[in-house]
Design a protein around this ligand. Structure first.
Ligand SMILES: *[C@@H]1O[C@H](CO)[C@@H](O)[C@H](O)[C@H]1NC(C)=O
Ligand SMILES: *[C@@H]1O[C@H](CO)[C@@H](O)[C@H](O)[C@H]1NC(C)=O
Ligand SMILES: *[C@@H]1O[C@H](CO)[C@@H](O)[C@H](O)[C@H]1NC(C)=O
Length: 250
């Protein structure tokens, strides 16, 4: 679970930085953005660049962190997507290691060490091709996708259109995950049967005859935004129904 490891460890890293600069102890973007009197600008700048890239290259992660700029997009889970993230991590790793030679104050060096460890963790996990086993009872798009939608905004009727555009893009992600699984099978890299307990049933739960039976429907069943009109709600629910049932005229 390369991505989960990334999220968890990045969160810890953020927390470390947060505590160090005595900001509010939340895992939040402000932690890295906040200038510190003792962090060298070059080190801060690499951290900022890594953070910005993380948010833009993972729209779903960004949503999870309460940053809603890319709420209409989904993560690229294609093999090419993983490869390009790997290449970027290698580049960040190179930069962080280069900075280590020049920035040796305790504050710089502890942050650089955490950063380098973060990058090495990702690069090492890539070696084991963890992305070829993207589904298990612990998670995967069969369970995480719908959960992820609950982190999206529902303040305005327009926010529901973003939820719809994510569901609309979901089949592409399913294709990407299918391709990863196929490559895994061809290389003999698959999950143990025990780790797949319940996964097939959970996927089956999305295959419905009535939109109301879909796990996605809960996101549209109770639209109560201040700007909601009966027609507006009707339109959103109608679109949701046709996307869920795959009845879209394209
Ligand atoms: C480290 O310092 C040297 C000498 O000042 C400089 O040439 C080099 O570009 C610096 N490297 C980094 C990564 O800042
Ligand atoms: C895999 O596990 C399921 C129960 O989760 C069981 O019904 C099935 O027989 C197992 N298949 C193999 C090949 O062991
Ligand atoms: C619908 O949403 C409103 C506002 O969030 C909430 O107060 C109400 O309990 C919800 N109703 C149902 C049936 O979930």
């Amino acid at each position: 679970m390369g991505e989960i490891t990334l999220k968890t460890s990045l969160c810890l890293l953020t927390l470390l930085v947060t505590l160090a600069v005595l900001e509010t102890p939340y895992c939040h973007a402000a932690a890295i953005v906040a200038p510190s009197p003792s962090l060298s600008p070059e080190v801060a700048s690499l951290m900022q660049e890594y953070w910005d890239w993380t948010l833009s290259s993972s729209p779903e992660y960004s949503t999870f962190f309460g940053i809603h700029d890319n709420d209409h997009l989904l993560d690229d889970m294609s093999l090419a997507g993983y490869q390009s993230r790997y290449d970027q991590f290698k580049e960040f790793h190179k930069q962080a290691v280069a900075l280590q030679a020049n920035y040796t104050s305790p504050y710089d060096s502890v942050n650089l060490r955490a950063l380098v460890a973060e990058f090495e963790n990702y690069l090492d996990s890539f070696y084991y091709e963890r992305y070829l086993t993207p589904l298990s009872y612990l998670g995967g798009i069969h369970s995480d996708f719908s959960d992820g939608l609950s982190y999206m905004l529902t303040d305005k009727l327009d926010d529901y259109k973003k939820i719809l555009s994510r569901i609309h893009a979901f089949p592409t992600q399913i294709e990407q995950v299918g391709e990863l699984l196929r490559i895994g099978v061809s290389k003999g890299i698959v999950m143990h049967n025990i780790s797949m307990k319940g996964v097939v049933d959970e996927i089956g739960g999305h295959v419905v005859d009535k939109a109301e039976d879909s796990p996605f429907w809960e996101h549209f069943s109770n639209i109560t935004t201040p700007d909601a009109t009966a027609e507006g709600i009707e339109e959103i629910q109608k679109t949701a129904r046709s996307i869920i049932l795959d009845e879209e005229k394209t």
